[in-house]
Unconditional design. Structure first.
Lengths: 312, 222
């Protein structure tokens, strides 16, 4: 068993990280701290998940969210998708393993992956609405969010959702408020089978190795860790029984990365665009300085008068 | 015989100087609604386009309001430009002399208009502005709807929105460049702005820049 984060002390403690620990801030630059905090991570072991949804409940509870009463369409996923209130969602897949002939119930807890290279943050136009702390947490600051939905376009995992109530974007915060006082995420705390464990990223990788060895010894020869390099790794990782086929876990991307469309839009378009506008304006000034105004002459007026007189 | 270059509402008043009616009151109001919308759209759009210009959201009451108001101004612009389009498109149809004019852009820029073919109500440059703006505004409203998440967010996939937002911003940049050309030309060619404010130009201006139009007006061809 992985030692869980202990219960909190009843004495108030100083926040373990804050504004001084930002390594990225949307639509603005920050001076990164001289020393990076130890990177944290949440490890979700799909093979241990029993689909009880305690994590979903804990998330709603801790974050004081209420989901609307939904409609049953004959699947276990409830609600049907992530929403502005449901920041984490169990996604159930019935997988027929052709090799073993077994039916496997793959239950993946979906939610923000806290990418090291966050597409949401890079797409965000509002300064400071999305921040990344040096411990790896990517967090939304709702006071600064303008509700444009650019984060949704930037995200390779289809995670942020815009609230229909306040038109602001919401997603898992990795319980940054709990972590700041030395606690683990609410979902990890509630998980009865340790399918969700929390610790430093190195610890989680070690723990994942141990779990993968165990799975391999049980015949899951493709068991592995999902820590996708396309986004420079994530601070929420999965242990998958079939790490060669992430797609079978309710569409987990095989090799996620920020869309090249978003990179072009936020990169070259911005610089070339502003340069083009500047060049056109500069041409105007230059042309006026060199060629001068195009003025109507007295002769032009005379010609016009002659032409109109001819009519009378 | 070529078509008449005269629009409804155009007229010529002999005198010293000759005064020529170029745009009706309705056309001018229509133009200025379009113009104001376009400037507001450029400012609010650029604010969301690059963090360096995010401060422009202050003009609209902050980021949220900028995000809310931008698409609505876009709707106003689209409808208003539709009005301009149907008012002006007939005399903006491309003719063979327009290609000649375009080929001698060097003379145009050197203020040597006597070397150019006689121009009707619109010269080739103005026609290019007209048609490019018509195309860009169509592209902008279409791609804009795709990324108008508040009302249309559920109708399009994320990939479609990514494509739309890239097209929307790139097209907007080109449209702003065309707008700079349009405004600069109005300043550079003196006597032009009066056409869109009071609706009138002098006979000399018409003789110098749009001689075929003036001649058609005087001969009463229509």
């Amino acid at each position: 068993m992985f030692t869980p984060v202990p219960n909190p002390t009843t004495n108030p403690v100083a926040a373990k990280f804050g504004q001084q620990d930002l390594i990225r801030r949307s639509a603005s630059s920050v001076t990164p701290p001289a020393k990076r905090q130890t990177e944290v991570a949440k490890l979700i072991d799909v093979s241990k998940c029993i689909g009880c949804k305690a994590c979903q409940v804990a998330c709603l509870e801790w974050n004081n969210l209420t989901e609307e009463v939904g409609v049953n369409v004959g699947v276990y996923d409830n609600p049907h998708d992530l929403t502005a209130n449901t920041w984490t969602l169990m996604r159930y897949t019935e997988y027929e393993n052709a090799e073993s002939g077994n039916l496997e119930w793959l239950i993946r807890k979906d939610g923000c992956m806290h990418c090291e290279d966050p597409g949401c943050l890079k797409a965000c136009p509002a300064p400071g609405a999305i921040v990344q702390y040096s411990n790896g947490i990517v967090d939304f600051d709702h006071d600064k969010c303008i509700g444009c939905g650019y984060c949704i376009k930037g995200c390779p995992f289809n995670i942020p959702r815009i609230s229909q109530v306040d038109q602001k974007a919401y997603k898992c915060s990795l319980c940054s408020d709990r972590l700041a006082v030395g606690q683990g995420p609410a979902c990890a705390k509630a998980c009865p089978t340790q399918a969700i464990v929390f610790g430093t990223k190195d610890e989680m990788k070690q723990w994942a190795d141990h779990r993968i060895k165990d799975l391999k010894s049980r015949g899951f020869k493709n068991a592995g860790l999902y820590d996708p390099p396309g986004v420079s790794g994530t601070h929420v990782m999965y242990v998958l029984q079939h790490a060669d086929k992430p797609q079978i876990y309710a569409g987990l991307p095989n090799n996620p990365s920020i869309s090249p469309l978003v990179e072009v839009w936020k990169g070259v378009t911005k610089y070339v665009g502003l340069a083009a506008i500047g060049a056109f304006a500069a041409f105007g000034f230059l042309h006026h300085a060199v060629a001068g105004a195009n003025r109507v002459t007295a002769e032009d007026e005379k010609n016009a008068e002659r032409l109109t007189e001819g009519r009378r | 015989m070529s078509k008449s270059e005269v629009d409804a509402g155009d007229g010529v008043h002999p005198g010293k100087p000759v005064i020529v009616d170029r745009y009706t009151v309705a056309a001018r109001i229509n133009h200025w609604i379009t113009a104001i919308s376009l400037v507001l759209l450029a400012l609010s759009g650029l604010a969301l386009f690059t963090p360096a210009l995010y401060f422009l959201t202050g003009l609209f009451g902050g980021g949220q309001l900028t995000r809310i108001i931008h698409p609505w101004i876009g709707v106003v612009l689209f409808l208003s430009f539709m009005g301009l389009f149907f008012r002006f498109f007939r005399l903006n149809l491309w003719e063979r002399t327009d290609s000649v004019w375009m080929g001698r852009l060097r003379d145009v820029l050197a203020n040597e208009e006597n070397k150019l073919p006689e121009v009707g109500k619109y010269n080739a440059g103005q026609k290019m502005v007209f048609w490019s703006m018509s195309l860009f505004i169509l592209v902008l409203i279409t791609s804009g709807v795709v990324i108008w998440d508040q009302y249309f967010g559920n109708y399009f996939t994320i990939e479609q929105k990514r494509i739309a937002v890239l097209i929307h911003s790139a097209t907007a940049i080109v449209a702003i460049c065309v707008w700079i050309v349009h405004v600069y030309a109005a300043i550079w060619v003196r006597g032009t702005i009066g056409a869109m404010t009071r609706g009138k130009v002098t006979g000399g201006w018409a003789w110098r820049h749009h001689r075929r139009w003036l001649k058609d007006l005087v001969t009463g061809k229509n």
